[in-house]
Design a protein. Structure first.
Ligand code: ADP
Ligand code: ZN
Ligand code: ZN
Length: 659
């Protein structure tokens, strides 16, 4: 009898044995099946066939094959197995995540009409620059696995390089996968790609795509009909039998790392996939992650540089304004106010970047010291004046603004600090005739609103933009000549060692929005630390100087990329329960032996309470990735075997990005 070993969507790191109903001809590995499980049914994927089972065969229940989805290819199964192993996450749950929701439930979408073949490529209207030519030749001249870092500022023509490399792949009859950050996948990019490859079937995959379309995209990729898959992190799991090239644009972007469930890095999984398929992968960025830059300068990756903007345009001039030397007006310096005024006079746009949404980060009572706390989180409630609410940015709790202090009855509650709404209000007061547009997750809370806002900006319908990092990722703003940065200093001294890296990337990106060929751009940074190396590097447009300085610091401190990390996190109603679990985990680790492994003490997380759950974490570190992986593999088996209170949850985060 053939026993099917099936991966099911259950939180256990094991496969389940079933018999096959009816005929048993051929191989069933990779097939989607429906099985009885507990009181109900589940869908799963056949991972192995075996002749015998550890369970009495007579007791095995039978599995039913689902038609319509051809067997998932071997390399797709191997990709899921890699993720299960590397992220120490149950294989069945990896597969359930990698499959579109409809297919995962055994439902097949109706077929769709396909464009046949890869078709013609529309010629680009530009001649590639010598730097672009060199990059394209390096990429298209590579047949086997090779990781390229394409390093070039915004507007240097990276996308043009991707498109030409993709064109070469399509000519050879291959498929290409292009991953982009969450918010960068705009209709503009989709139409740029489709316009370039009018005959090719291009599918988009991101969380906003409806279930049926997502399932169809998966099937089109699986069948090899989709020549190009363009999508956010989850599209790294698209099966593509003729895959010949992977592109990861803005490879440093935090959205490539998933922060729940399967905590994978799509960029890292994409690199594994390129190696597995023995094909080239291109990582593109103006501000590569330090991990990637380190590999590129140490020779592991191949470095391709586009040092100049493609269209003749100078880089914006970057200047700091020392805010220790003056009294700010509503948070704005005299220099900033006059720079905005000049732009208004010339009919140009300004963008003021403040990475904090809401009106003020906290509402406080000067009389008794009461401040607006979230009752479910260890965090403050943020004042949102626009809709007269106090809101928790961590759990979403909303309450009305109290008219008097809940502590002492004082009527004079004061907003403390500054967010985008308050800045918008101040600018409105100062420049009453200007059209001011605020862009943050409150004003652009749906893709549709975000598109509308972008269209307004593009059409020249705003004089001053105020916004968070969302703005940094918008497309070309043709009349934008001033970028003002306020409130950025906090990130210089944040506890998270990656904070400066993120700040530098944000400021480079937002600064890169300003200036065009005929309209030179300026970036003005308000700071109390005008001599900080991060700002100096921005002034000099010197990413490498910043990166090398950070890498030296990381090496001295033994941080990634010079060490490899994993976090074991636990949450429970009481912090003591979470800490106790982590303590037990430490004991289990010590019993296993921890040579080459460094275990830190369990500590409450920085945001120690979230939605009424207390959270703690334990950092595990090693100089060697294999040593860390070996250790984790043994450790997690022990962790699964531990008896834990019902209300305790734990998970492992490999290569954590946030602490
Ligand atoms: P990036 O992806 O690095 O931001 P893009 O590829 O989007 O850069 O190029 C920026 C702008 O320059 C686009 O409008 C693009 O059409 C144009 N461009 C790119 N390469 C060239 C070139 N070789 N000659 C002229 N214009 C170019
Ligand atoms: Zn009070
Ligand atoms: Zn909260």
């Amino acid at each position: 009898m053939t026993i099917l070993q099936i991966a099911l969507d259950v939180p256990l790191p094991r496969l389940f044995d079933y018999r096959l109903t009816g005929e048993s001809q051929g191989s069933f590995v990779g097939r989607l099946v429906k099985v009885p499980f507990g009181q109900g049914v589940k869908f799963g994927v056949v991972v192995n066939e075996a002749a015998t089972s550890d369970h009495p065969e007579a007791k095995l229940k039978s599995a039913e094959l689902i038609d319509g989805l051809p067997a998932l290819p071997a390399d797709w199964l191997a990709l899921c197995q890699f993720c299960a192993r590397y992220y120490h996450y149950p294989l069945g749950q990896v597969m359930a995540f990698a499959l579109p929701p409809l297919l995962r439930k055994g439902k097949m979408p109706r077929a769709l009409k396909l464009k046949v073949g890869a078709g013609e490529t529309a010629p680009s209207s530009n001649t590639a620059t010598p730097d672009q030519v060199a990059a394209i030749e390096a990429i298209t001249g590579t047949s086997g696995f090779q990781t390229f870092l394409l390093h070039g500022v915004t507007g240097s023509g990276k996308t043009e390089v991707y498109l030409r490399a993709i064109a070469a792949v399509l000519e050879r009859g291959g498929q290409a996968l292009m991953l982009v950050p969450e918010i960068a996948l705009t209709p503009q990019l989709e139409s740029r790609v489709s316009a370039r490859f009018p005959g090719a079937h291009v599918v988009s995959a991101h969380s906003g795509v409806a279930d049926a379309a997502r399932a169809r995209a998966f099937l089109a990729a699986r069948g090899g009909h989709a020549a190009i898959v363009l999508g956010t992190r989850l599209s790294v799991f698209m099966p593509m039998p003729r895959l010949q090239l992977i592109v990861v644009d803005e490879e440093h972007d935090a959205s490539f790392k998933q922060q729940d469930g399967l905590r994978y890095s799509a960029r890292d999984v994409a690199i594994f996939r390129a190696r597995q398929r023995d094909i080239p992968i291109v990582l593109g960025s103006a501000t590569p992650s330090l991990e990637t830059f380190h590999h590129a300068t140490s020779g592991r990756y191949s470095l391709l540089e586009l040092p100049l903007r493609a269209v003749a345009a100078a880089m914006p001039t970057v200047t700091t304004v020392d805010t220790r030397k003056q009294k700010l007006q509503d948070g704005l310096s005299a220099e900033m106010i006059s720079a905005i005024g000049e732009r208004l006079g010339r009919g140009e746009q300004s963008l003021i970047f403040l990475n904090r949404r809401g009106y003020a980060p906290v509402l406080a009572c000067p009389a008794c010291g009461w401040i607006s706390h979230c009752r479910r989180c260890a965090a403050n409630l943020v004042l949102h004046l626009a809709d007269r609410r106090l809101r928790c940015h961590h759990c979403g709790l909303e309450v009305m603004i109290p008219h008097a202090c809940p502590g002492c009855g004082n009527l004079d509650l004061q907003p403390f600090g500054r967010g985008t709404q308050r800045l918008e209000a101040a600018l409105t007061e100062r420049f009453p005739a200007a059209r001011i547009l605020r862009i943050d997750r409150d004003s652009a809370d749906s893709p549709r609103k975000w598109q509308t806002l972008l269209a307004t900006i593009h059409a020249g319908g705003a004089d001053i933009l105020v916004g968070t990092q969302m703005l940094a990722k918008g497309h070309d703003f043709p009349k934008l000549t001033l970028v003002g940065v306020v409130g950025a200093d906090a990130a210089l001294f944040a506890a998270d060692f990656r904070a400066p890296e993120r700040l530098f990337a944000q400021l480079m990106q937002v600064g890169g929005r300003s200036g065009r060929a005929h309209l030179p751009g300026a970036v003005l940074i308000q700071t109390e630390y005008p001599d900080h190396p991060l700002y100096r590097a921005l002034i000099d447009h010197d990413y490498a100087a910043f990166a090398n300085e950070q890498l030296a610091e990381r090496q001295a401190a033994g941080f990634p990329p010079f060490a490899f990390q994993a976090l074991l996190r636990a949450e429970a109603p009481e912090i003591a329960q979470a800490l106790e679990f982590l303590g037990t985990a430490v004991a289990a680790a010590e019993a296993l032996g921890t040579s080459d492994i460094m275990l830190y003490d369990p500590v409450p997380m920085r945001l120690a309470r979230l939605k009424n759950r207390e959270r703690a974490q334990l950092l595990v570190e090693s100089r060697s990735r294999p040593a860390l992986q070996n250790f984790l593999a043994g450790w997690i088996t022990q962790l699964y075997a531990l008896k834990t209170p019902r209300e305790l949850r734990w998970h492992l985060d490999v290569d954590p990005q946030e602490f």
